[in-house]
Design a protein around this ligand. Structure first.
Ligand code: SF4
Length: 92
């Protein structure tokens, strides 16, 4: 049994496990997130800022992939840092 399965199987009370399982799963998912390298992050942000997709928006100090034209609604400073993230318009 790997660590993930061990953590998910913790707790014998089904009522408690029902509440704790999503929390444990979230922590595991967060801990296993891989970050993109800095060149990739810059290239992605540069692409987003060109706004060829029509989704790029500035909201205050945040850059967002707007949902109105089929974007994901993500904050781009976070989205572009995650290695396995993809552009909803398949531009990057
Ligand atoms: S992630 Fe894709 S769709 Fe969203 S703003 Fe960037 S280029 Fe546009």
């Amino acid at each position: 049994m790997n660590l993930k399965d061990k953590l998910l199987s913790m707790g014998t009370n089904p009522a408690i496990a029902k509440v704790t399982k999503p929390i444990v799963q979230g922590i595991i998912d967060l801990a296993s997130v891989e970050l993109a390298d800095i060149e990739t992050i810059h290239a992605r942000l540069k692409t987003c800022r060109k706004n060829e997709c029509g989704n790029y928006q500035k909201k205050g100090n945040n850059e967002v992939c707007g949902v109105e034209q089929g974007g994901c609604g993500c904050f781009l400073s976070e989205k572009t840092r995650l290695k396995n993230e993809t552009c909803p318009k398949k531009i990057w």
